[in-house]
Design a protein around this ligand. Structure first.
Ligand SMILES: CCCCC/C=C\C/C=C\C=C\CC(=O)SCCNC(=O)CCNC(=O)[C@H](O)C(C)(C)COP(=O)(O)OP(=O)(O)OC[C@H]1O[C@@H](n2cnc3c(N)ncnc32)[C@H](O)[C@@H]1OP(=O)(O)O
Length: 284
């Protein structure tokens, strides 16, 4: 209630860029008054690892942007090196059972909200985007990326089966053969490779340029009837959404069974440790 009152006040404010930031600030929303486009920024330090709270915040922000009838949604990160490091591995290693369940449900919700989003969506990928980071980028309709980054679903490299929504995203973006190979090999692509295979649509040298490109993409829909555009998008995605709903409960149980497997726990522990060791080595 307080929140919507606060929002309506902000909407009337005559600023060029109004902020609809959530209280926790794990994501922020800025709506450009000239273009009507909302920029949704991931803001969980240090690397936007997707934990329960960030996913919850993302869901709320997406809903807020849709409810406020923005003209489009641009997803980006406040970190200038990492778009998102994917799921927070600490939520999966020696997990709290209720939180692990919630984590996956919230991830499914975010995917669903973006995959079926009424608005045109674009990702300004201003840093590394492995696994869950790649999921957030490829669920959008357009991607632009900064040089010297990496993107991909590295799950199989970690002994993890990529869930079906990773497959849906890749099949929307890449030729089937390339999608299957890169998912089953857990390939991570450099920015240049990603451009070459069509995983990203453009490469630019700064975040500002990335946001401009995303705005231009969303502007290409300016003269298209919004309802017709939205229904056409839904039509393309309906079969995936139907399959997702059918398999959603099973997908959740598979995830829980998977992360609770002793071998998976051992692997996660080693992987987490190696990530920490990397930092220790850098400090030497
Ligand atoms: C058929 C049905 C199947 C159903 C489904 C079944 C199973 C699916 C199960 C799971 C799916 C998971 C999907 C995922 O998203 S897993 C996450 C994968 N992510 C990664 O592998 C990224 C690893 N991180 C990196 O490569 C680098 O950190 C990165 C390039 C992102 C950033 O590098 P940078 O040098 O800037 O920062 P670092 O020093 O490496 O990291 C800082 C700090 O953060 C810690 N950390 C890194 N990544 C994670 C993470 N994903 N989660 C938690 N913590 C992370 C890192 O250890 C450092 O910590 P500290 O040393 O400061 O304590």
């Amino acid at each position: 209630m307080m929140r919507s009152k606060f929002l309506s006040l902000l909407i009337r404010a005559p600023s060029v860029c109004r902020s609809m930031s959530t209280a926790t600030k794990l994501t922020t929303i800025d709506v450009n008054d000239k273009t009507g486009i909302a920029t949704l920024t991931l803001n969980r330090s240090p690397i936007n690892a997707l934990n329960v709270e960030l996913l919850q915040d993302l869901n709320e922000s997406i809903k807020e942007i849709e409810d406020n009838k923005s003209r489009g949604l641009i997803l980006t990160s406040s970190n200038d090196k990492v778009f998102s490091a994917g799921l927070d591995l600490n939520e999966m290693y020696r997990p709290d059972k209720d939180r692990a369940r919630l984590l996956w449900i919230k991830l499914q919700d975010v995917w669903l909200a973006l995959y079926s989003c009424d608005l045109p969506t674009a990702a300004a990928i201003n840093g590394y985007a492995p696994a869950g980071g790649c999921l957030l980028a490829t669920v959008c309709e357009y991607r632009v990326m900064l040089p010297k980054c990496r993107i991909g679903f590295n799950e199989t490299q970690l002994g993890i089966v990529p869930p079906i929504f990773c497959m849906f995203n890749f099949l929307n973006v890449l030729p089937r053969r390339v999608a299957e190979r890169s998912l089953s090999q857990g390939q991570m692509f450099t920015t240049e490779q990603a451009l070459q295979i069509g995983l990203v649509d453009d490469v630019v040298s700064s975040k500002g340029e990335a946001l401009d490109k995303c705005t231009k993409f969303i502007d290409t829909f300016a003269k298209v009837n919004p309802l017709a555009r939205s229904l056409a998008k839904q039509q393309f995605r309906a079969a995936d959404l139907q399959r997702f709903q059918t398999e959603r409960a099973k997908d959740l149980e598979s995830f829980l069974a998977f992360i609770n497997h002793p071998q998976m726990q051992e692997g996660l522990g080693i992987y987490l440790n190696s990530l920490k060791k990397k930092q220790q080595l850098n400090a030497v």
